[in-house]
Design a protein around this ligand. Structure first.
Ligand SMILES: [Zn+2]
Length: 384
């Protein structure tokens, strides 16, 4: 693989306080060195002048349903392939395909099919890193658009069978800490080093504290599908905003969370906020079982108008965050690079511009539009 010098860039390094004029030397699909912006060459490296564009780590989305939410099990591998090719347009280089609260047999079938598809390891674009189980062990009072028939208390035998069958591909589980059996589930996730995220929950502070003591460190889509932030009863949202032990993610589309609340979330816990898409792509007739969803142009909704996912790309979430919260593009980029990588324990490899990290990169113009996306030192997407 050729050595490549990306010269004359503005690096958006989430571990630096400000953008930095520099050049990046890529070798064997990894970041080999950081050189001066005006360096002309580096040995035999192919020189590409980035003309002062931003160079950021590739974006990482830990919550994405895409077409999986509505695909049949036999179509999953194809849906994942298409997603891998398409997601590079939004600067995404890695993501967690996310399940829903399906009934036991259906969920087991999906997880097995997804684990198989992940195991093939042949993806042309963004890499699916593993599975995010969103439910089924969530609160029926905060199911959101999750299929309520599948929402259930924890059965540890089911948990262990499912996690065993997935062969280590499950990286994150969203659960409600107040439901029966949640303590056992949290212990099992901790034992297997799977990220426990609290969400779809009406937990009170005491339940949240207990979950933190059992290893929970993250909250799924802050404000959505959880109890309200009441001044005498702060609940999960209040804990997420005030407790330094908890990170949280947020759907920054201006619909799921009002822009003012995005600003409050950034101000409260700037270093804990992760941007996700929670994207759902309606396919076929948009139905799966009894539920059907469609886009109203700004979000995905059920027939009764309840929100059922976003139409976001992660690049738009970054631009929205800058606009709504008044944060710099570097701060918004950190929320979908280093921070989700840290959540998954992959920060030496992904979400960073450290020497030795994978050369997965998003190249952006001054307005935050994706100009090019690179995977393992190769340009896989460039705007015409
Ligand atoms: Zn979701």
């Amino acid at each position: 693989m050729a050595r490549i010098l990306l010269r004359n860039a503005q690096l958006l390094d989430p571990e630096s306080p400000a953008p930095q004029a520099a050049s990046l030397l890529l070798d064997e699909g990894r970041i080999a060195a950081r050189l001066g912006a005006d360096v002309i060459g580096a040995g035999d490296a192919v020189v590409i002048d980035v003309s002062g564009l931003y160079v950021a780590p590739g974006f990482l989305d830990v919550h994405w349903h895409g077409a999986l939410a509505l695909a049949a099990a036999e179509d999953l591998a194809g849906a994942l392939d298409s997603a891998s090719r398409e997601r590079v347009r939004e600067g995404v280089t890695a993501f967690l395909p996310t399940t829903m609260a399906w009934p036991e047999a259906e969920l087991a079938g999906f997880v097995a099919a997804l684990a198989w598809a992940l195991g093939t390891g042949r993806f042309e674009g963004a890499r699916p890193l593993g599975i995010h189980l969103e439910g089924p062990w969530i609160s029926p009072q905060a199911a959101g658009a999750q299929p309520t028939a599948g929402v259930r208390p924890v059965d540890l035998a089911e948990v262990c069978t499912l996690l065993d069958r997935a062969g280590g591909t499950i990286r994150m589980v969203t659960l409600a800490p107040e439901i029966p059996g949640a303590d056992g589930l949290l212990a099992e996730l901790a034992r297997r080093q799977i990220v426990a995220a609290l969400g779809h929950s009406v937990a009170g502070v005491r339940d949240v504290e207990r979950a933190i003591d059992s290893g929970a460190r993250h909250v799924t889509h802050l404000f959505n599908a959880m109890g309200p932030l009441h001044h005498r009863s702060p609940g999960l949202a209040g804990c997420a905003l005030s407790d330094d032990r908890l990170g949280f993610d947020l759907i920054c589309d201006g619909v799921h969370v009002d822009p003012r609340l995005v600003k409050i979330a950034f101000r409260a816990q700037r270093d804990q906020l992760v941007l996700i898409t929670d994207r759902v792509v309606p396919i076929g007739d948009g139905s799966r079982g009894a539920e059907s969803v469609e886009s109203d142009g700004s979000a995905i909704r059920l027939p009764d108008r309840r929100l059922a996912g976003s139409t976001l790309g992660l690049d738009r979430a970054v631009r929205n965050a800058c606009q709504y919260a008044g944060v710099s593009i570097l701060e918004a980029v950190a929320a979908c690079t280093l921070r989700p990588a840290r959540l998954l324990g992959l920060e030496n490899e992904l979400g960073t511009l450290r020497r030795g990290a994978r050369a997965d990169l998003a190249i952006l113009d001054a307005s935050g539009q994706v100009v090019e996306t690179w995977i393992a030192g190769e340009c896989v997407h460039a705007i015409a």
